[in-house]
Design a protein around this ligand. Structure first.
Ligand code: SAH
Ligand code: SF4
Ligand code: F3S
Length: 478
């Protein structure tokens, strides 16, 4: 069993730096001070796609005379970039709007807008339900923000929730205000064409579309030139990335895109998320194997370990298929490649035996990390229309806890097997708990903490792992 290290109480958690998965994190866009007239405050919820979109929104509004601020009380325009994935995510935003209302009372000129998935789901209903809201803008309509803001300045409400089949914001350079200057996210596609029966994303993000491969390579190259050392390519289902040039002479799939980005520089690490088990190909795995700078970590959400439940979820693979993909990863990339999952507990009609199958899949895959949730019915989805949400909340919660506990055993074991080995760590900054230590990640996305000596942010350091907390490796530079 792993040895917890008792002398140091580090808690730098292995946060989902490479996830398109909702992390429960709230992100406030950092301030710019360039003397622009109006102040924009953006708070982002949900997944990395939203965090990435907020950088695009800041860029669009910067050109419109807005500096960003991290002080809500001082803002002229407050934007919440929202998430609809589970009921709780929406409740959080409703509560936040109440708090913002009290600020608005003190500063009556303050405009309040809702962006993102909840804006798309609720559309103009939002204006009826939340009187404080002036502006409702869906994820494909951010270019219209300047026009909508002038409309609101003129005393009207502004709504644009049109979804697009083309919009990828490929030409807008995001302003990376929250960045550490070392790691960055690049959206390579938008939307989702899968129809998982539990999921609201196809309704809030629209049809799947892939961004111009050249604009992606250009963005990554510009980041390298600016000193960045790691990029994460983001999409709901990166393996279905597919782009063709207008004249039809050039076709790029995900494996090829990954290779193009990896070839920009051997000093650039490349990550990606999320991989759909039905689509991840051996070609992608071989591409990962060929390039040392493509990190050996795959987020491969299973959702359930039972084939009947997977069919009800409309995931379009069954358990044997999923197990075969895990075996392919182990065969092509070896035991060291990290794998993580998302699991949903208590989906419609899930029996105790079927829940046990999820636990046994966790044992089979020995995941490094799991993002686990209990099922939350979302209005308008296939499951809401066709299936009964019949598992009592206490049962959902108990099953979820069992999933979390089982996953924890494997996470600890996966950390423990890395002790005694040397890891190449990209330093992201000081450790949260000690200014004398640095924190970074290895290729597997595990957190590694070590005494800082003369190393600094952005360095690649070879670190011998000497112990683990179960959620981080501790070691020393060699
Ligand atoms: N595109 C990714 C998932 C994006 S949503 C994929 O296909 O794997 C992130 C995670 O939220 C999902 O993997 C799922 O585990 C969870 N999720 C989505 N809808 C949910 C719901 N209605 N209730 C509970 N969890 C949900
Ligand atoms: Fe949702 Fe499924 Fe699309 Fe993922 S693949 S975003 S779970 S519909
Ligand atoms: Fe992301 Fe939440 Fe939308 S997870 S895509 S912000 S529903």
């Amino acid at each position: 069993m792993p040895q917890p290290l008792l002398t140091l109480d580090f808690l730098d958690t292995a946060a989902p730096a490479a996830e398109a998965t909702p992390s429960g994190e709230v992100r406030i866009t950092a301030a710019t001070r360039t003397g622009r007239q109006r102040k924009l405050y953006i708070e982002s919820y949900g997944c990395q796609m939203n965090f990435s979109d907020s950088e695009i929104v800041s860029s669009i509004l910067f050109d419109e005379g807005f500096d960003t601020t991290d002080d809500l009380a001082n803002a002229d325009l407050v934007l919440l970039n929202t998430c609809s994935i589970r009921e709780k995510a929406e409740q959080t935003v409703r509560m936040r709007l109440k708090q913002i209302n009290s600020h608005k009372k003190r500063k009556p000129g303050m405009l309040v807008g809702v962006l993102g998935c909840m804006a798309e789901r609720l559309k103009s209903k939002f204006l009826e339900e939340e009187k404080i809201v002036d502006l409702v803008v869906g994820p494909d309509a951010y270019r219209d923000l300047p026009g909508l803001i002038s409309q609101v300045d003129g005393g009207q409400k502004g709504v644009n929730v049109l979804l697009s089949r083309e919009e990828t914001y490929a030409d807008i350079t995001p302003v990376r205000l929250n960045s550490n200057g070392i790691t960055a996210f690049i959206s390579i596609m938008r939307g989702c064409d899968n129809m998982c029966s539990f999921c609201v994303v196809p309704f809030t993000r629209g049809r799947e579309r892939s961004r111009d491969a050249h604009s992606i390579v250009q963005e990554a190259s510009a980041l390298v030139a600016a000193g960045y050392k790691e990029v994460t390519l983001l999409g709901q289902n990166v393996d279905s990335y597919k782009w063709a040039s207008a004249d039809g002479t050039e076709h790029v799939n995900f494996a090829q895109l990954l290779e193009r980005v990896a070839l920009i520089s051997p000093a650039l690490r490349v990550r990606f998320s999320t991989s759909h088990p039905k689509d991840i190909t051996d070609e992608v795995l071989h591409t990962m194997a060929r390039h040392d700078n493509i990190c050996k970590y795959i987020h491969l959400p299973a959702q359930s370990g039972n084939s009947r439940v997977l069919a009800l979820m409309n995931r379009t693979y069954d358990r044997p298929w999923y197990e075969e993909r895990v075996q392919a990863i182990r065969r092509i990339l070896g035991e060291d490649c990290a794998i993580s999952t998302d699991m949903i507990s208590g989906f419609c009609s899930e029996t105790e035996e079927e829940h046990q199958d999820t636990l046994s899949l966790i044992d089979f895959a020995q995941y490094d990390m799991g993002y686990n949730f209990f099922y939350s019915e979302r209005p308008g989805t296939l499951a809401a229309r066709k299936l009964e949400d019949d598992i009592p909340l206490e049962v959902k919660k108990r099953r979820l806890q069992e999933v979390i506990d089982r996953q924890q055993i494997h996470a600890r074991a996966r950390y423990a097997r890395m002790v005694g080995r040397v890891h190449q760590v990209l330093v992201e900054g000081p450790s949260k708990r000690s200014a004398e230590h640095l924190s970074g990640r290895n290729s597997q996305n595990q957190v590694v903490i070590f005494p800082k000596q003369n190393f600094q942010k952005g360095d690649y350091v070879n670190v011998l792992a000497t112990s683990t907390t179960g959620a981080a490796l501790l070691g020393e530079a060699v």
